[in-house]
Design a protein around this ligand. Structure first.
Ligand code: 2IT
Length: 447
């Protein structure tokens, strides 16, 4: 396999699918050497098969807004790979959603899910619906209209969606309500991220952020450091940023920045529990403005429009928002301000130039598919609880999550340790996930 040849073919076939091509390139570069040591992979054309989704459902979603006007959006479900289990992955509602974005996310999800140690294949879905400024009733009507098409594609042993950007507990509730009505199936395991009284796992909302901090702790320990007393910059103020702020603060770090599309909030004394709770109110408002934090906590949070969290001097950067949110220039600014570690919590949050800069300038870096895998791992734990018709305590879920994050870190170390003793977490995560999926595909024959 030659990465350049495969990329040239994919670029010609899918011109303009920027995010998808970026994600594939990163994985292929990482695994090329190992792949070429396995002629049986080459013979079975594993890579050529693995970069193509199994199937993509595309559908029209029509709904009526609060003014009585008819609105039309496009919905998708990309079922990427089922080699190690049923399709699993979130739904993203965001105005910029395209097939390229969902293909990149589905591709990444396949390797991430393999890293969790649980039997889940990879998928992603969503819509170009923009939740910004929408009322609760509009959100409900959209979710119902979306499920009118999606329900035929999913099932608890087939494809299990969850949340992602723009889809949280409220949306999962509306989606599940409509699923039941259409499918007349009452197995709650068809979706994860549910409410606590109807099959949701304790700790699922916190899991992505908590898992990310467990991973960060492992990475720091391996490098002989501790998170206690560190200054941390987080981006975004959604579900993932929220969980990361809770755990970082609990572990003794100081979160001094959060951000939104409108700018950054600098919090010199560190985020408080009251402020963390307010992030939930901000998300539920659908205003998409981090400035609201500064309005609510004057003097404690200082808003600067048009700036990112990466402009605030910190020890550790945690991108928690969107793909490509951290550029090479941002990486340089972080380093100039003393940052020594970046754990990517968002999916593909760092641009390739930023990763390259981190890796060649002594900054510890770990990729999203390893760092944020605690979210989908806890979804997997939710599926187990649903299948057994039981519910575990928070302590039990947390212990399992912690164990899974430790194991993901170990896999990265196993496959990513370089001859000079340093750890390439990008390579480690990609090779570990790839080997598992490739081996399963090989064993299941040419399908
Ligand atoms: O990117 C992700 O891993 C998620 N949005 C969570 C997916 C899931 O199925 O819980």
């Amino acid at each position: 396999m030659k990465t350049t040849d495969i990329m040239a073919r994919l670029q010609a076939k899918y011109p303009g699918e920027k995010e998808y091509l970026q994600a594939v390139q990163e994985v292929l570069e990482s695994v090329e050497e190992v792949y070429n040591q396995h002629p049986e992979f080459e013979q079975a054309k594993i890579v050529e098969r693995m970069v193509e989704p199994d199937r993509i459902f595309t559908f029209r979603v029509t709904w009526v807004d609060d003014r009585g006007e008819v609105q039309t959006n496009t919905g998708y479900r990309v079922q990427f790979n089922s080699a190690i289990g049923p399709y699993k992955g979130g739904l993203r509602f965001h105005r910029a959603v395209t097939p390229s974005m969902l293909k990149f996310l589905g591709f990444e999800q396949t390797f991430k899910n393999a890293l969790t140690t649980l039997p889940m294949g990879g998928a992603k879905g969503g819509s170009d619906f923009d939740p910004k400024g929408k009322s609760n009733e509009e959100i409900m009507r959209f979710c119902q209209a979306f499920m009118m098409e999606l329900w035929q594609c999913i099932g608890p042993d087939q494809d299990i969606p969850a949340g992602d950007v723009g889809v949280g507990g409220r949306e999962i509730g509306y989606l599940y309500g409509m699923y039941k009505k259409l499918a007349r199936q009452y197995n709650t395991g068809v979706l994860t991220g549910k409410g606590g009284t109807w099959g949701g796992s304790i700790l699922r909302p916190e899991a992505t952020g908590f898992g990310a901090l467990y991973f960060t702790q492992n990475l720091l320990h391996k490098a002989g450091k501790d998170i206690k007393g560190m200054k941390v910059a987080v981006s975004g103020f959604g579900n993932v940023a929220w969980g990361a702020c809770i755990k970082a603060t609990e572990l003794g770090a100081k979160v001094v920045a959060i951000s939104g599309p409108d700018g950054v909030c600098h919090i010199p004394d560190g985020i408080t529990r009251e402020m963390i709770d307010y992030m939930l109110v901000m998300r539920a408002s659908n205003r998409d403005k981090v400035e609201d934090m500064a309005t609510k906590f004057p003097g404690k949070a200082v808003f600067t429009p048009g700036k990112k969290s990466w402009s605030v001097p910190v020890d550790i950067a945690l991108p928690c928002a969107f793909q490509n949110e951290l550029s090479e220039d941002d990486a340089k600014e972080l380093k100039a301000n003393g940052c020594f570690c970046c754990c990517e919590v968002s999916n593909m949050g760092c641009q390739p130039g930023a990763i390259h800069f981190f890796q060649h300038n002594g900054i510890l870096f770990a990729p999203g598919k390893a760092v944020n895998a605690g979210g989908v791992a806890t979804s997997g734990l939710e599926m187990t609880q649903n299948a057994e018709h039981i519910s575990w305590s928070g302590a039990e879920v947390d212990e399992k999550l912690h164990f899974i994050m430790d194991s993901i870190h170990e896999q990265c170390v196993k496959y990513g340790t370089q001859p000079d003793g340093s750890i390439d977490y990008v390579k480690g995560a990609n090779i570990a996930g790839f080997m598992k999926v490739a081996t399963a595909m090989l064993e299941q024959g040419t399908i």
